[in-house]
Ligand binder design. Structure first.
Ligand SMILES: [Mg+2]
Length: 395
């Protein structure tokens, strides 16, 4: 089968949102506003960026509020259509009701979960797996919520537990599904939920799941609202690599073990000062395997950073947080670049939308790690130091 491209996104947006009363008394859940924008607009902008050309809202409760705001989508750079069903419709029925409007393969999502989706990665996975549905699963390693899903080594979901009380679960589905329309054609007309369809797919071994460590931001209940507020709050964030960007790179297989070995690259203090003046929050993202290799201690590293911060302060500059991978080359950790783990750690800790951040490194591995996390990544070179890069990419 030739590779499938996904151009249509179908958004489940018809529910009454009773868990969010009184916010949902006069507007439907997706229209709850944050920083002057309905929640779902963040999703629409994201989908447009990811190459989606058409959105179908599966609307119901107070559907006219969504239609009035988004219209035919032309103001948002894509086409928007509406399938308006009865408020009593459950999610599965809502999808079946829109059958005539659906592409052969489409992205299905809930209106109340946001995460900086990498659609091409999910589509690539769908094309590889060749199952009826592929979905995105949050690893939930930090116990952010209760898990509801278990997958096997091949990425096939083997258990879906609505009650979320089974012991063997290891992740939670976050509602971004690539769907083969066949499942809609074969659905009954009854008023069923999409979860029931998922259960059937799991029994048929037709649901594949790809895991992300990126925590989503969900508008499911009142307690979540402050997190959503923090996550969607506009922020200016830049991640910086350390060695080769701020200070001179130590020789290969050696490390900056003490302050005397730390040498600022010309322009780096000025660059950090410049970024702070522009209102950026700065996080350092650095591999420091010297500790795992027994060449230095964690105390040595902390002492280098303490001195570095003091020196930066003298130049009026500062760093807001430091993330270091202390593992060795072969430890198989998730944080050592080129893996993106440290970015997810920072994102989950500070509620950051990584797709709206920048990373500046000096190594091909920085590029791989940054891009894997959906971050616009730039490299300094012999000719272009941090200050040059910063002046180029930051206005
Ligand atoms: Mg480096």
């Amino acid at each position: 089968m030739p590779d499938i491209k996904i151009k249509q996104a179908v958004i489940l947006a018809g529910g009454e949102g009773t868990r969010l009363l009184p916010l949902t008394k006069t507007i439907p859940k997706p229209m709850i506003e944050f920083y002057g924008k309905p929640f779902v607009q963040n999703l629409i902008e994201l989908l447009k960026k990811e190459g989606i050309e058409e959105i179908v809202f599966l609307a119901g409760y107070l559907h006219e509020k969504i239609q009035e705001y988004f219209g035919d989508g032309s103001g948002f750079g894509l086409s928007i259509k509406y399938s308006v069903g009865d408020v009593s419709f459950d999610t599965g029925k809502r999808l079946k009701f829109a059958e005539g409007m659906l592409d052969k393969h489409f992205l299905l999502l809930y209106c109340d979960n946001y995460l900086p989706l990498n659609l091409s990665k999910l589509v690539e996975f769908y094309n590889q797996k060749q199952l009826l549905v592929s979905c995105l699963i949050y690893s939930n390693e930090d116990g952010f919520t209760k898990s509801n899903i278990k997958i096997n080594e091949e990425g096939v979901v083997t258990l879906y537990d609505k009650k979320r009380d089974s012991q063997e679960l290891s992740g939670v589905d976050i509602g971004f599904f690539i769907v083969n329309k066949q499942i809609v054609d074969n659905m009954p007309e009854d008023n069923i939920s999409f979860q029931e369809i998922i259960l059937k797919l799991v029994n048929m071994k037709q649901l594949a799941g790809i895991i992300t460590d990126y925590r989503y931001c969900g508008l499911s209940k009142m307690e979540r609202i402050p997190i959503v507020e923090k996550f969607l709050k506009p922020k200016k964030i830049i991640f910086l690599d350390r060695d080769g960007v701020i200070n001179k790179r130590p020789p290969k297989a050696d490390y900056v073990k003490k302050w005397e070995e730390f040498e600022f690259i010309p322009g780096s203090i000025e660059a950090i000062f410049y970024l702070k003046k522009k209102g950026y929050t700065l996080y350092l993202i650095s591999n420091q395997p010297g500790i795992a290799r027994g060449m230095m201690t964690k105390e040595d590293l902390d002492s280098v950073h303490k001195n570095m911060k003091e020196k930066l302060l003298e130049g009026g500059a500062s760093i807001d947080g430091i993330y270091c991978c202390l593992h060795g080359w072969d430890d198989g950790c998730k944080c050592r670049k080129p893996k993106p783990g440290m970015f997810y750690m920072a994102a989950n800790e500070h509620n950051i939308d990584l797709s709206k951040t920048i990373y500046i490194g000096d190594d091909e591995r920085d590029k791989v790690a940054g891009e894997a996390a959906g971050i616009k990544t730039y490299l300094v070179t012999e000719e272009k130091n941090l200050l040059n890069v910063v002046k180029e990419v930051v206005l």
